[in-house]
Design a protein around this ligand. Structure first.
Ligand code: ATP
Ligand code: MG
Length: 575
């Protein structure tokens, strides 16, 4: 077969480009239509060209995506600007106020008190995208100043989560590293008359705060310095004293009514042990740390809005640099709360399997369910940094994911609640299946004698005399079906493709394994836990499934995408 050099080059460049756009797998049909678009005269020569295209597609798909990129860069640099770039722009974040190239510093400040979830992904991705946009820096800062809830396990889980999301912070630090500095600035604030030690009990504090009235501790200024020495020297115990900011007790912004800056927590800290008992609150630690760390743009979720005045006031009182503070909305899904406050009890009460339960919006749960980090990023960027509180449906995330996994997932047969079908007047047959309808992913063979299984839902719709097609196999006519006994008899008719007859999936008796698919459903209905949130679907799959490695993605025909767990089960990802 002869193909001129130009066509050969066009073919290679188009295939490489398409492969890179689709995670390393070029689609044969797309490549063909692109080639025809740029060189319509090829139509006259299709018989010769198509095998060639197939060959090139297969060859390029067998390379790693890094190698594909290298080849495109070396040989066809003008193919670098593409659809992907346009798609990316589609979800550009808006520019930051007062941002200079090379000088932007953002930070992601999780508290190590649980496993990271999709809400954290949103915050971390936005922080990272902005740092990248301005060739700046991203800091991962563990906000670990409440030893009651924090554990080493959680620091690690957060690092793992970011790694999975392909986020590599430039600096990783802990707020607790700076505890002495934070104590120093706390004392400074007291010395300057902007903070005081309060010895009132919690009820009194609460009561006076709601009335907007100061307590005696605030006004007896002669005692403040003495009590300050006491609190910093460990004289007081938990709940006996706190340090409060001198805000404005009658401010309409309740966050300014002398909020707590330090409290005593006598629990062992995962990094500092029992050395420290006086811990800053997030209200105090966040502005000080942001300012000291050189953060230029502090992005945080909208629930902190009322606290922005305090954030700025603390830094102003200490003559410290004030970063720009920018808010975005908290991510919540319809029927799927993401907050640790809601997720932790489910784990503690063993309502779900653990942090990696596939029903959960934790990064581990999403990963186990078959969501890709690329889909999460595109989803987050598509939401932008608006303040609107709309809860997107998880289907939006699914749509991004489907685009990515579709070209990686082999198509397989599975039948749920199997009904045994005996086929009369049929020859034994070996059918060859394409592993993917449009991408070169090889084929597999299935041997069929005269018994197949179909799913109960399909069997229930069959009537005597009806003709149906067993997908990719042949047509049969129903002679008798007994749903209760889960069996039926049919006869072979022919193998002609006919429109208007139902096509159903099947599994051959000669080639099956017992197989379970776990299907996550809505975690919550209204405010209560959905006890049917994990559906167990039992059935038969073709035994080919056992040859696939764990974690690979498949699409069970007419059911949906699944991620393989082991050789007996998979988790349903989405339709
Ligand atoms: P949770 O309610 O799950 O405990 P949190 O806000 O207490 O959430 P942190 O670990 O303190 O969790 O948060 C780290 C960062 O992630 C913060 O900047 C916070 O604003 C952000 N974040 C947390 N949850 C979400 C969410 N659902 N949507 C967007 N950002 C979030
Ligand atoms: Mg928190």
């Amino acid at each position: 077969m002869h193909i001129d050099v130009d066509t050969q080059k066009l073919l290679e460049a188009t295939t490489l480009r398409n492969a890179i756009d689709y995670n390393g797998s070029a689609r044969l049909d797309t490549v063909i239509s692109k080639i025809l678009g740029s060189k319509p005269e090829i139509k006259n020569n299709l018989k010769e060209v198509i095998p060639k295209i197939k060959e090139i597609v297969e060859q390029i798909n067998s390379l790693s995506i890094e190698r594909q990129r290298e080849l495109l860069l070396q040989n066809y640099p003008n193919y670098l600007e593409t659809k992907k770039a346009v798609e990316k722009n589609e979800f550009q974040l808006p520019p930051l106020l007062n941002a200079k190239d090379g000088q932007v510093v953002t930070r992601f400040p999780p508290e190590p008190n649980g496993y990271p979830h999709i809400g954290h992904a949103k915050a971390a991705i936005i922080d990272e995208e902005y740092a990248k946009m301005y060739s700046g820096k991203l800091i991962l800062r563990f906000d670990d100043t409440n030893p009651l809830n924090e554990k080493i396990e959680y620091y690690d889980a957060i690092k793992q989560g970011l790694l999975w999301l392909n986020i590599a912070p430039d600096i990783i630090k802990n707020t607790s590293d700076d505890i002495n500095l934070l104590h120093y600035y706390g004392r400074e604030l007291i010395n300057k008359g902007n903070a005081y030690i309060c010895l009132c009990d919690q009820n009194t504090i609460h009561h006076l705060r709601s009335k907007g009235v100061p307590c005696l501790c605030r006004v007896q200024s002669d005692k403040i310095l003495e009590n300050s020495d006491k609190i910093f020297n460990g004289f007081y115990h938990q709940n006996e004293a706190i340090i409060r900011f001198k805000g404005k007790m009658d401010s309409h912004n309740t966050a300014m009514r002398d909020p707590t800056l330090f409290r005593i927590i006598e629990n062992t800290h995962p990094l500092l042990g029992d050395k420290i008992i006086l811990w800053p609150t997030y209200d105090f630690a966040a502005p000080i740390e942001d300012s000291l760390d050189g953060v230029t743009h502090a992005l945080r979720t909208k629930e902190y809005e009322l606290r922005n005045e305090l954030y700025k006031q603390i830094l102003k009182s200490l003559d410290m640099r004030i970063p720009e503070v920018i808010e975005f909305s908290r991510l919540e899904f319809e029927g799927l709360p993401v907050s640790k406050r809601k997720l932790k009890p489910l784990i503690e009460d063993k309502m779900v399997e653990g942090w990696s339960d596939p029903r959960l919006p934790t990064l581990m749960g999403l990963k186990r369910r078959g969501f890709t980090p690329e889909a999460i990023r595109r989803f987050v960027l598509s939401l932008g940094i608006t303040l609107s509180e709309t809860k997107p449906s998880i289907e939006v995330l699914e749509a991004f994911n489907r685009k990515i996994i579709d070209s990686k997932s082999k198509r397989l047969l599975f039948v749920n609640d199997p009904v045994k079908i005996n086929i009369k007047n049929v020859e034994h047959k070996e059918v060859e299946f394409q592993n993917h309808p449009s991408i070169e992913m090889g084929t597999r063979k299935i041997y069929v004698k005269n018994v197949v299984f179909i799913s109960r839902q399909d069997a229930e719709k069959l009537k005597n005399g009806m003709e149906i097609r067993l997908m990719e196999l042949y047509n049969i006519k129903v002679l008798q079906i007994d749903i209760d006994k889960k069996e039926g008899i049919v006869e072979y008719t022919d193998n002609i493709l006919k429109e208007n007859i139902p096509k159903i999936q099947w599994v051959s008796e000669e080639d099956l394994v017992k197989y379970t698919i776990l299907k996550p459903n809505k975690l919550f209905i209204g405010d209560s836990f959905n006890h049917n949130s994990l559906q167990v679907i039992e059935g038969f799959a073709e035994s080919f499934v056992t040859t696939l490695s764990n974690s690979s993605m498949v699409q069970f025909m007419r059911l949906g995408f699944c991620r393989i767990e082991d050789n007996k089960s998979a988790i349903f990802t989405h339709k």
